[in-house]
Design a binder for this molecule. Sequence first.
Ligand code: AMO
Length: 434
Amino acid sequence: MQDRTYTADAEPGDHVTVAGWVHEVRDLGGIAFLILRDSAGRIQVKFEKDEMDEELVETGLGVSRESVVSVTGAVEEEPRAPTGVEVTPEGMEVVAPADPELPLDPSGKVDADLSTRLDNRTLDLRKDEVQAVFEVRAEILRAARETFRDLNCTEINTPKIVATGTEGGTELFPITYFGEEAFMNQSPQLFKQLIAGSNVERVFEIGPIFRAEEHNTPRHLNEATSIDFEGAFCDESDAMDVAEAVVRSAYEAVAENCTEELEALDLADDFEVPEEEFPRLTYEETIERINATGELDDQLVWGDDLPTEGEKALGEDVGSHYFITDWPSEIKPFYIQDHDDDEQLSTGFDLMHPTMELVSGGKREHRYEQLVDGFEQQGLDPEQFDYYTKMFRYGMPPHAGFGLGGERLVMTILGLENIREAVLFPRDRQRLSP
Ligand code: AMO
């Protein structure tokens, strides 16, 4: 729009046209105020009924909340106005009227449940605290990209329509690809390895992953954003260092660049950047510590997956982010390498926030024979993965990497109760639109 001034830039003495949404209209009798909101903030528009053009006053007072308007007038200092200035209008246009019946109240005075909010995201995002989540999310992704670039990684984009799954067959979404069965990709796992094995060496990708998980939980999505890393000549310890750097840089960036958003979310006073190095516990130590909390009915034994209550009990015990290393080989995927001196033990690791898993990773099996054996042990047909395994015959360096759940990172940094709050348009068991 030509010559439009953002509300935050309107200074006393200026003559401006501001444009945005009608936040509220307060009619005090002889005088009325319209609060206009745009992405930069809010500004008060003052209507003096006896002194102004009747039609202008009618337009200002008659407009419904959330209509889009543009107002032209002089900016004056007004200490009693919310931002210390107000506009005395000379002209006003209703650019796009809003139905007076709104499905949710963007002023936040009336609470809406999450489902109503997600059905009406455009209106929901007009609330400062909701917009703040997505500003923070954008800053977290920016910080992750910057950290990877500082670590000499190249950003890649890999296919999301694929011929095979990698993270367990039951969680695949099948689609039809020109008459052939194909799938939505569960992880860029195999592609990122194939690129790490080229001269590019160190890569990262931020993109969607698709998991046909049946269960609806506050921390699972059917389409999530994965922040992936893969590095040639890296081992699991190097990959853990990178994961830790990315997570820490996300907190630092939010603390430094999102002060207004943290205030809108009421987090400004308590926001903490994790300072200490994340401890690394072995899987064996982990199950011993979980058992010692006494929170589980049945004691965990070697080879068990960690139940959610166990993760929670340990998270409270540790009180910070922590890694779990040296998982039993049998519960890690085929592409994870075992330790040379003990093939029951894998190089796989998880990074945990005290409340949930954020990252899985490990050193990869880069030796052709062992890789093919691993497929067979997991009941997968190595021939289907020939496009992948054959590259391991042409000089595949040792390499390691990880996948970090983007929404879980946002959720844990902001303490959101439901992962859906960290996604604009979540996909879950009930939700395929909007
Ligand atoms: P994994 O399956 O553990 O590992 O996924 C990595 C991380 O992605 C996030 N995540 C999810 N977030 C929300 N909803 C989901 N349904 C969901 N599934 C996964 C989690 C999880 O820790 N290829 C490996 C990674 C690697 O080894 O590089 C993988 O995909 O935060």
